[in-house]
Design a protein around this ligand. Structure first.
Ligand code: MGD
Ligand code: MGD
Ligand code: SF4
Ligand code: MO
Length: 876
């Protein structure tokens, strides 16, 4: 911990919306020592695998460090002048709506505030939308419909105080791991029950008491049934109902709904309803299985209806808790980053709100109608209606549905600016102007997490080259466009004060988001700001919302929404018989621009995959490790098959993370349909329809290398290792000369080579050495290559005489894919220890191997291994 002897600095993890506090100490060599902040209320010292590996992701390799104009380095003066000129020309020639910003829930509040002010107040268009449209928009819509405002009523403590926690469409164990650890710890102490509602078996199911594997998209029908059971069971809180409207209509619709669409056994539905009804302290956690749906907003309201009906809102240990994905998804909602919002929970389409913000900003023009939502925005880009586009802190060419169309739209746009920390993303490669942003550890500001806690992010490293923080780049463009006074910010503290002051005006309109108590924070106070839950006013600080039945609707009442089940937009049929579900894995963050820099995070799941049910696999003649081709009306993808009962028959699941940089054929959004929820505009990222078939490649390869490699074949996926790189390869035609091909792949024209060939079987193995040290090796076969991958991946840089056997020297077991990324413990190592030493618990595995004893993110998977072995033994 002593490292460089520099003091530790308190900051916030840049990944998920849990918003863990971190203590950062520069190691003096450009790296960082990272540990959990024991005093931060979100994590109390804990970190997950991604947070623990932050130190491995701050290196400068691959960083964009100077502005680039049309591929050539440019000065800031020239780049800013060009951006300002192009946006000004576009507004003059085509009107403000020909300009658009597409921003991100990972921006700091200060960045976000300036972006929103520049677009809505000065450019005069509402065409600013954010990747939160793909993430939280349905929750925003649901909250606004029920509460009259987008407010999460609960706090994290409620998860610990609840007697029943229902996870709806949330893989909390992998996506909000520290919250999940808090939940499990509380359950151990207090015995709360956990129910998971998810079509898929996930790591979050390992600790659950009940798993309802409902049909994709059928959540509304399930919660409607719950509402009717609550009614018939006499569980309606009549006193609380006085503070609401619309109950009768909602109930009538609920009775009209048909729960059999969930495909769940009636007994399970009954058991769930009984448990929910009989447990006063229930927290319903919901996430992308709810939001990313063409009925996402209705799903949210179906859940909120049940909480409103029982008065279980905003109470200790009791209420609905939407967990936000990105570190500042919540902050973005507060500053009005979405195309249909104004700042501070004020409404763009409300003339009084608009006038107040215009006066406060002294804005020359304000749009009167909502701007384009993400999917429509990129459609408008494709149609040439948007002529100047600025993309900040997000990678839409990978993460938007119908991603090839989005990529083509960006490529065809007259003028595209991208602000990123690297130029090597699928989106950045399309920019006319690339602006180098300071990265997480290099910039200061604030973020708001899932439970409304505002935390400081603090710079600890100096930014490389000419990088500048996003708020500063945005302000500079504002100044260059002629609004020097409005964008004359010197520090993030100044921006924060202005924002806090504006929130006081919102408070004056009776809005909930009011942090005016922080508007006179001086620089020292801002520097020292402790994690603070909003609101922050003279009258009130933090706490929960709505227990008292006071809402933010025009009549002050909470609103029930009459909702009814609607099937996912796309229908399966003979052409597209499978439903494609997509989501996250434990150790990668979105499009991998940061987490894939970490060898230990890359070791958990080193290759993209698609999960397929064993019965479907048998029907399609697919065996484990085969490659599958997935086809949808949008395009095709190639992924490695994993055969598992984690998915149901007729459903497949693929991760969202891989890109043109890491595995081009597995860029899954290229095949996801751009269908949206009609209310929220959020894409249905979890329910496309798809055809699945085995891909018979002519050859399959596995490569390891000390240096970078450049594959060129139908399928490839590469991942970083401590020793360099590993890659999976496959091609539809075999090269004539394998040695030449391998030399090209590894960039080793002259290295000494050893070749082993079995022409009859079609096996080729090549290793390249220098002075006996292994540089790279390629293993090729006619069927998916069977070698000890995790053993091999660590070998480049070593002297390994018998590398071409592809096995450990004495055929000792391969450690297997890394399960515990903190201590680098492989699956096989854990399985062997469980079997040979008779280990019976996660704790015993920890005591024997350390696995699971640091961040704990892998504990659900260790539990699953133990359970698997127990089941196997019981069956023997
Ligand atoms: N490791 C990791 N953690 C992350 C992120 C990451 O990239 N990596 N990203 C962060 C972000 S931005 C977000 S938004 C969150 C997302 O966090 P989550 O929402 O927990 O993650 P997902 O894997 O997208 O989806 C959750 C689950 O929804 C299920 N699901 C699919 N369809 C349905 C349905 O119709 N009904 C129900 N009930 N469930 C369904 C899926 O099977 C999946 O298991 O994670 C955050 N945390
Ligand atoms: N199929 C499918 N698609 C999905 C989802 C899904 O579940 N399934 N989930 C959706 C959801 S919930 C989300 S949130 C999105 C996420 O999708 P994206 O937002 O597109 O993914 P990221 O990889 O987080 O992109 C962040 C970008 O910002 C850059 N960056 C990092 N730090 C900085 C900085 O300080 N400043 C600037 N300017 N740039 C920086 C990174 O290098 C990276 O290029 O994906 C959505 N897409
Ligand atoms: S749970 Fe993990 S990824 Fe999320 S904020 Fe905490 S350390 Fe970061
Ligand atoms: Mo997200």
């Amino acid at each position: 911990m002593d490292g460089s002897g520099l003091p530790e600095v308190k900051s916030t993890c840049p990944y998920c919306g849990v918003g863990c506090g971190v203590l950062l100490r520069p190691d003096g060599e450009g790296g960082l020592d990272v540990r959990g902040d024991p005093d931060h209320p979100a994590n109390l010292g804990r970190l997950c695998s991604k947070g623990s590996a932050l130190g491995e992701t701050v290196g400068l390799a691959g960083r964009l460090s100077a502005p680039m104009v049309n591929g050539a380095e440019a000065s800031w003066d020239d780049a800013l002048a060009l951006v300002a000129q192009k946006f000004s020309d576009t507004i003059r020639d085509h009107g403000p709506d020909a300009a658009a910003f597409y921003v991100s829930g990972q921006l700091l509040t200060e960045d976000y505030y300036v972006a929103n002010k520049l677009m809505k107040g000065f450019i005069g268009s509402a065409n600013i939308d954010t990747n939160s449209r793909l993430c939280m928009a349905s929750t925003v819509a649901g909250h606004k419909r029920a509460f009259g405002t987008d407010t999460v009523p609960q706090t994290y403590e409620d998860l610990e105080e609840a007697d029943l926690v229902v996870l709806v469409g949330s893989n909390l164990a992998w996506c909000h791991p520290v919250l999940y650890q808090r939940l499990l710890a509380a359950r151990k102490a207090r015995g709360a029950k956990i129910v998971v509602i998810d079509p898929r078996r996930t790591a979050s199911c390992d600790g659950a008491d009940m798993h309802l594997r409902l049909a994709p998209g059928s959540d509304v029908a399930l919660f409607n049934r719950l509402l009717t059971e609550l009614y018939e069971g006499g569980a309606i809180d009549k006193a609380y109902l006085q503070h609401t409207s619309g109950f009768d209509d909602a109930l009538t619709k609920a009775f009209a709904d048909d729960v059999t669409v969930t495909g769940l056994p009636e007994a399970d539905i009954k058991a769930f309803c009984k448990l929910w009804m009989g447990t006063e302290k229930v927290v319903t956690v919901f996430s992308q299985g709810v939001n990313q749906s063409s009925s996402g907003s209705d799903k949210v309201n179906a859940i909120l209806n049940c909480h409103l009906a029982t008065g279980r809102v905003g109470k200790r240990g009791c209420g609905p808790l939407s967990v936000t994905g990105q570190p500042n998804a919540m902050g973005g909602r507060e500053v009005g980053g979405l195309a249909n919002m104004l700042a501070c929970h004020l409404d763009l389409e409300n003339a009084d709100h608009r006038a107040a913000v215009r006066d406060f900003w002294n804005a020359p023009q304000m749009p009167e109608a909502a701007g384009l939502k993400a999917v429509d925005m990129f459609k408008a880009v494709g149609e040439g209606k948007i002529k100047a586009l600025w993309i900040i802190h997000t990678n839409p060419a990978v993460s938007m549905p119908d991603a090839d169309a989005v990529r083509d739209a960006i490529a065809g746009c007259d003028f595209v600016v991208v602000s990123d920390i690297t130029g090597q993303t699928d989106t950045a490669r399309l920019a006319h102007v690339l602006l180098p942003a300071s990265a997480w550890a290099e910039k200061s500001g604030t973020v708001t997490n899932s439970d409304r806690t505002i935390s400081r992010q603090r710079a600890v490293l100096s930014a490389p080259g000419q990088c500048r923080p996003d708020w500063e780049i945005l302000s500079e463009v504002g100044k260059h466009m002629g609004w020097a006074e409005a964008f004359d910010y010197e520090t993030p503290a100044e921006i924060f004060r202005e924002y806090a002051a504006l929130s006081g005006i919102a408070g004056g309109f009776g809005r909930d988001f009011d942090i005016s108590g922080l508007s006179d924070l001086d620089d020292t106070g801002y520097d020292a700001l402790e994690p603070t839950r909003w609101p922050v006013t003279k009258a009130r600080q933090g706490g929960r919302f709505f227990e008292d039945g006071a809402f933010f609707t025009p009549d002050g009442k909470g609103r029930f929404l009459a909702v009814q089940y609607r099937a996912p937009a796309a229908k399966t049929g003979p052409r597209y018989p499978f439903r494609l579900n997509t989501g996250r894995i434990r150790d990668q963050w979105h499009t991998m621009t940061r987490t894939a820099l970490s060898p230990r995070l890359s070791a958990h799941l080193a290759e993209p995959f698609v999960d397929l049910h064993p019965a479907d696999a048998a029907e399609l003649c697919v065996e484990a490790a085969d490659l599958l081709r997935l086809r949808t009306p949008q395009g095709t993808a190639i992924l490695r098959a994993r055969i598992t009962e984690d998915v149901q028959r007729g459903q497949v699941f693929a991760p969202m993370h891989w890109t043109g940089e890491t595995a081009p054929s597995a860029r899954i959004d290229a095949i996801v349909a751009p269908v949206v929820d009609p209310v929220s505009g959020q894409p249905e990222s979890k329910a496309s329809v798809v055809a699945v078939e085995r891909l018979d490649a002519a050859w399959y390869g596995f490569a390891i290398s000390a240096g970078d490699l450049t594959p060129d074949c139908a399928y490839w996926a590469r991942a970083r290792t401590r020793a360099g790189w590993r890659a999976e390869l496959a091609g539809m035609t075999a090269p004539e000369d394998w040695e030449a091909e391998a030399r090209r792949l590894f960039g080793l024209p002259d290295a000494e080579v050893t070749v082993m060939q079995d022409a009859a079987r079609g096996d080729v193995r090549l290793a390249f050495h220098q002075d006996g040290v292994l540089l790279a090796a390629l293993f090729v076969a006619k069927t998916p290559v069977a070698v000890m991958r995790d053993y091999l991946a660590a070998r480049p840089g070593e002297v390994v005489p018998d590398i071409l056997t592809g096995r450990t020297p004495a055929d000792r077991p391969d450690p297997g894919p890394v399960l515990c990324s903190c201590f680098g413990v492989g699956v096989n190592t854990i399985l062997t220890a469980i079997e040979t030493d008779g280990l019976m618990s996660v704790e015993a595995v920890g005591a024997a191997l350390n696995a699971g004893t640091n961040c704990g993110s892998c504990r659900p998977e260790i539990a699953a291994l133990l359970q698997g072995i127990r089941q196997k033994e019981a069956a023997e």
